[in-house]
Design a protein around this ligand. Structure first.
Ligand code: ZN
Length: 260
């Protein structure tokens, strides 16, 4: 059965129906990069896709296929270029891909777009693509939101995820948050017997080129993922479904309601 909220699975008349009712179009973005020995290379775009499908079901929206490549893996936040499979784009390329997709969606009549990102290094290049699209398109009535999902994690949720204290998102690569969310959304893709339990990275507060391999743990995880669980993944998914939905309704009030 096609998922009626997945753009790649619907027909053009079904797409047109979304346009006619002024629905929100979600564009998931992420990366193709190493996520330790236990998670697949596609984590950073697979999670935003799953989250966006949850939110789209709440607001009657449509989820475009993800942009599966993102900005290059940086050593201190994602392990750097050392790992087989980590495949990055130049920043300008990522900006241009997003700008092109927005231009096309607007040509089709879409006027509400939510970019939902899952790769820490992407943010400014996504902002740039959106800004260039807004400048190029002029006065179309287009509105765009851009978010990185972990920004929605509140103190209550973080307290449940990290009883011993939140280490910060920079270290949360292939660690408790992403592993728990993958257990919730894609349980068959987590190699639970390979979940790493290495100590946290202790890199200095700067980057260098060429990057240092010895700043990254052997596993590729920047801190232990041993505290991950499917229950924690469900807690995160529930909070996102509630709070990201509320944010989308807040920014796209009338038309998001009309689409429900
Ligand atoms: Zn990631």
């Amino acid at each position: 059965m096609p998922n009626p909220h997945a753009m790649a699975e619907i027909t053009w008349p079904e797409f047109q129906a979304y346009v006619d009712k002024g629905a929100v179009a979600f564009i998931p973005t992420g990366a193709l990069e190493q996520h330790g020995p236990h998670l697949p290379l596609g984590v950073d775009h697979m999670l935003p896709t799953a989250i966006a499908l949850d939110i789209a079901a709440e607001v009657g929206g449509m989820v475009a296929p993800a942009i599966p490549y993102g900005y290059k893996s940086m050593t201190r936040s994602a392990g750097g270029p050392f790992f087989p499979g980590s495949t990055g784009l130049d920043g300008a390329t990522l900006s241009s891909v997003l700008q092109d997709i927005i231009r096309e969606f607007v040509r089709h009549g879409i006027r509400q777009i939510c970019v939902l990102d899952g790769n820490y290094e992407n943010l400014w290049f996504l902002n740039e693509g959106i800004d260039l699209a807004m400048r190029e398109l002029g006065d179309t009535g287009l509105r765009v939101m851009c978010m990185q999902h972990w920004e929605f994690l509140n103190e209550d949720t973080l307290g449940k995820l990290f009883p011993d204290g939140y280490p910060g998102i920079e270290l949360e690569h292939a660690a408790v948050i992403e592993t728990s969310m993958m257990m919730h959304y894609y349980p068959d893709l987590v190699r639970t017997d390979l979940i790493p339990d290495n100590p946290a990275v202790d890199a200095p507060p700067y980057d260098v080129w060429p990057p240092h391999r010895d700043w990254v743990p052997e596993s590729g995880a920047l801190i232990s993922a041993a505290g991950a669980s499917v229950e924690k993944g469900r807690i995160i998914a529930d909070q996102y479904r509630r709070d990201i939905t509320a944010a989308v309704r807040r920014e796209f009030p009338a038309r998001a309601r009309a689409a429900e």
